[in-house]
Design a binder for this molecule. Sequence first.
Ligand code: ATP
Length: 236
Amino acid sequence: MTALLDVKDLRAYYGAVQALHGLDFALDQGSLTALLGANGAGKTTTLRAICNMVRSTGSIEFDGAALAGRATENIVRLGIAHVPQGRGTFASLSVAENLQLGAISRRDREIAADLERVYAHFPVLRQRHRQQAGTLSGGEQQMLAVARALMLRPRLMLLDEPSFGLAPLMVAELFRILGRINREDKVTILVVEQNAELALALADQAYVIETGRIVMAGAAAAIAANPDVRKSYLGY
Ligand code: ATP
């Protein structure tokens, strides 16, 4: 398999504070990869660095193109959609308006077809397409954030703790849909999660980071079976 995203010696800085200390990792085309680690390990910073939202050095190649020096909107246009923690949907706009905004940077006219495709993944959003986003439940808002990112027709989706604050049933439903998006729409996914058990069940590859360094990498099943991971992240 060829790597869709290839990251080498990635270092990131907040002022004088160095948050990432030379990460090397690759995402295979079509893969679903989990990025695990404790609070403050550098997971969010890794996603921000890919989108050039934090000062960083090192090399990031997306489908062979170097991302260094590109503006974030340019990176989005290349096909990388970022769903940050906190969702960032527009509370006063309806579900449908939020989804249409998701496609705003696209130039083609196939938005209606994409809305259909997105509603097929998230039937609850179709039911609520006229409802103000701010009045949706937490889980529905997270679904809207993922759906909006899908409207970009991304080749790579970066998800920052999609399970955060959601009820367990909602998390299971969301992860099931993420698996379908990965398999059926062939969207490569990098998901940052504190819920290691769920993320490892969903992912095919995983990386564990500690204080800005990758300490473990491999097949998700092997990482899930690792005794250190079980003790530190799975609690058994
Ligand atoms: P969490 O699960 O808590 O979000 P994380 O693994 O995503 O953790 P990051 O948010 O990437 O961790 O943080 C990595 C390091 O960078 C931490 O030491 C954090 O304190 C620091 N950091 C993050 N954002 C900033 C900021 N805006 N200014 C200064 N330091 C920051």
